[in-house]
Every structure is written in C-alpha cells, then in structure tokens.
Design a protein around this ligand. Structure first.
Ligand code: SAM
Ligand code: DTB
Ligand code: SF4
Length: 348
C-alpha cells in the first residue's frame, strides 16, 4: 500500500498506539477518520442467519457450535424466497448491506447453487451482499465472485497466540488461507474479530497487527465485543469470573488502534452494542467506527434495535452513509488492486 496506508506495521508500533494516553489516542484516531471518511456518516448493515446452529467447529464464544449447550436449535439452509423477503425488509429499513451467515465449517459443493441464487437475488434488489459461510476453497470463492458477491466475512477473531485457546478444530493459518482465496477471487474482504474473550492486550495487539499487515487491508473490519452466551465455554467462563470482562475504555482503544492502522477500511462496531451504553458507542464513533449492524437481532443474539439506533443517531447528529466505501472494488481486482489502492491513497 502507498502513502499513509501502511502494511508494514510492527507489533511494537501497534503496542505503542495502545499505550498512548486515551485522549491522545482518540485525537489521533479521530484525525485519521476525518481525513479519510465523512465523520458524521455511519454505514447500516443487516444480518440474517440463513443456516443456524449445529456447527461442527468448537469456537468457544459461539452459541451455534454443536459443542455448546446454548439451546440454539439447528436448522437447514433457509429457502431462497424467505431470504429475499428478509432482504427486502432490510432495504426498506434503510440498510445498505445485507450480510448472511451460515453455521458451517465450510459450505458443501451441493450447497453452492442455492447460495449463488441467493447472492444474485439479493444483489438484484439493490443491496450490497456479504456472506459468511466458513472456510472456502479457491473454486468456491470464484463461484461466489461470479455470482456477484460483494463481500466475504471471515474473521481472524484474535491474535495468533490466543487463537488456539478459543478454537481447536481449525488453525489460524486456515483462516488466513480462506482470506487469501477470497482476495484472489476479487471479492472484497471483511475480516475482524472479538474483543473481551479473556485475551491480553498483547493478543489484541496481535489481532490488529495480523489485519494491518495483510497484503491489502480488509475493506471492512468488524470489531465485536464478546456477547457472553450461557452454555458456551467463554460465556460460562465470564459468568464464573466477571472480573475478566473487558472494560469499555479498552474496547474503545481497540477500535481507535484499528482505525489508525487501517485508515481506509470501514470499521464496524458489531456484536455487543446491545449491552453498551450510548456514551461508549459515541466514543467508538469518535474513535473511527463508521459502520453498524441494525435491527433487533444479529445471528442468534439480540441487537440494539432500530428505534434505539434512530434515537442515538439523532442525539449524536449522525446519518446513514449513502456513498461508496473508500476501498471497495466492484467486479473484482483482476490484477488492478494495486492501482486502485494507489489512486485511493492519493485522493485522500
Ligand atoms: N461460521 C462462519 C465463521 O465462523 O466464519 C460464519 C458465522 S460466525 C457466527 C461469524 C463471526 O461471528 C465469528 O467469526 C465471530 O467473530 C462472531 N461471533 C460469533 N459469536 C459471537 C459472540 N458470542 N460474540 C461476539 N461475536 C461473535
Ligand atoms: C461479525 O464479525 N459479526 C457478525 C458478522 N460478522 C457475521 C456476527 C456477530 C454474531 C454475534 C453472535 C450471534 O448473533 O450469535
Ligand atoms: Fe461455527 Fe462460525 Fe460459530 Fe465457529 S463461529 S461455531 S465456525 S458458526
């Protein structure tokens, strides 16, 4: 990357950002945000679980893992018409992007025709499409790209050292390999993680460092606050030791560091908003978060809801984003990514 957009961050530099005084860190993050984005605009995205529960992976945070005792029931892949109905509602409620999640380790090839039909249908409604279906082969990524998928969400979730404490059924390298397959297919990358899983600050440094040193930064970076779910490993751990819960200031710091390290990316304040105060959310927006999930449900967990979000936006003078994201490429990079990136960096 060129200009102020760097992919050569060291862990020490990221750690030094975390160590800044809160006031200096927020000032710096807000400056970067103002330089590259309309600071009063927030992108609205809607989530739908198109295949819930019964997942063979053992992610310690997730209510949908078959290893969890969370009470979430496993369903089959949703009917295409039902998905399109939900997408229409999201569009009418002002959403720009429709994100669809499946509780899969990876899609099976026999699932792909229905997935392709869903992508084409949602796209034809004028919404940006995003899917999160687990690991992808290069061929599956290409099939999604051909269908016109705009974004693929696949989170690295935390730093590499903490990853194996949270998930044992796959490796950090597996996540990076799928991200590479998605990038090579020319689909925009959405990758972030979860804060508040009992990780140390060094792990949060490692988390931001992984994303900020990818060959090209993810176009979207979701920062989730752990939603503790009873019956999951991490939900139960936090119930037993509430002191392990991350404090709001450290969460805001993580958002700010992500904004500084990845100036052009959309930083999404994702799961966990429902239990966050308005003041904490306001600090996240000041720190450079510029995207949220709307509606009263995420995949299985509750979300803030449209009424409280409208009230919050009115109080803060924020408005829904209508324009395009700075890094987004349409129709794949086809070798032109570096050129587009250079242009984007020089415009700012
Ligand atoms: N199965 C796919 C996968 O893991 O990539 C897609 C769905 S998965 C639910 C998408 C992301 O949601 C996870 O990577 C994780 O970052 C986030 N997530 C899941 N459960 C969460 C929780 N309880 N709190 C916060 N984030 C969560
Ligand atoms: C992401 O980073 N956050 C969203 C989206 N990607 C798919 C998912 C949040 C899930 C929260 C827990 C749940 O609803 O079960
Ligand atoms: Fe499965 Fe994704 Fe949940 Fe992990 S996060 S258990 S892969 S649905």
């Amino acid at each position: 990357m060129t200009g102020s957009i760097r992919t050569d961050w060291t862990r020490e530099e990221i750690a030094a950002l975390f160590d800044l005084s809160f006031t200096k860190l927020l000032f710096r993050a807000a400056s970067v945000h103002h330089q590259h984005h309309a600071a009063d605009e927030v992108q609205l995205c809607t989530l739908l679980s198109i295949k819930t529960g019964g997942c063979p992976e053992d992610c310690g945070y997730c209510s949908q893992s078959a290893s969890a005792d969370s009470g979430v029931e496993a369903t089959k892949l949703m009917d295409v018409r039902q998905v399109l109905q939900s997408a229409a509602q999201a569009r009418d409620a002002g959403s720009q992007r429709f994100c669809m999640g499946a509780a899969w380790r990876n899609p099976k090839d026999r699932d792909m025709p229905a997935i392709v039909e869903i992508v084409k249908g949602v796209r034809a409604m004028g919404l940006e499409t995003c899917m999160t279906l687990g690991m992808l082969t290069p061929k599956q990524a290409e099939q999604l790209a051909e269908a016109g998928l705009d974004y693929y969400n696949h989170n690295v979730d935390t730093g590499p050292e903490y990853y194996e404490r949270v998930i044992t059924t796959r490796k950090y390298e597996d996540r990076l390999a799928t991200l590479d397959n998605v990038r090579q297919a020319g689909i925009n990358v959405c990758s972030g993680g979860i804060v508040g899983m009992g990780e140390t600050r060094a792990d949060r440094v490692g988390f931001v460092h992984t994303l900020a040193t990818l060959e090209r930064h993810p176009e979207s970076v979701p920062v989730n606050a752990l939603v503790p779910v009873k019956g999951t490993v991490l939900g139960d751990m936090l119930e037993d030791s509430p002191l392990a819960k991350i404090d709001d200031i450290e969460f805001v710091r993580t958002v700010a560091v992500a904004r500084i390290a990845m100036p052009l990316s959309m930083v999404r304040l994702s799961a966990g908003r429902e239990s966050m105060s308005e003041v904490t959310q306001a600090l996240c927006f000041l720190a450079g978060a510029n995207s949220i999930f709307t509606g009263d449900r995420l995949l299985t967990a509750p979300n803030a809801g449209d009424d409280s979000d409208s009230a919050l936006f009115a109080r803060l003078g924020l408005k829904p984003m209508e324009g395009q994201e700075p890094m987004r490429t349409v129709g794949g990079c086809s070798g032109g990514c570096a050129t587009k990136e250079k242009a984007a960096a020089e415009v700012t």
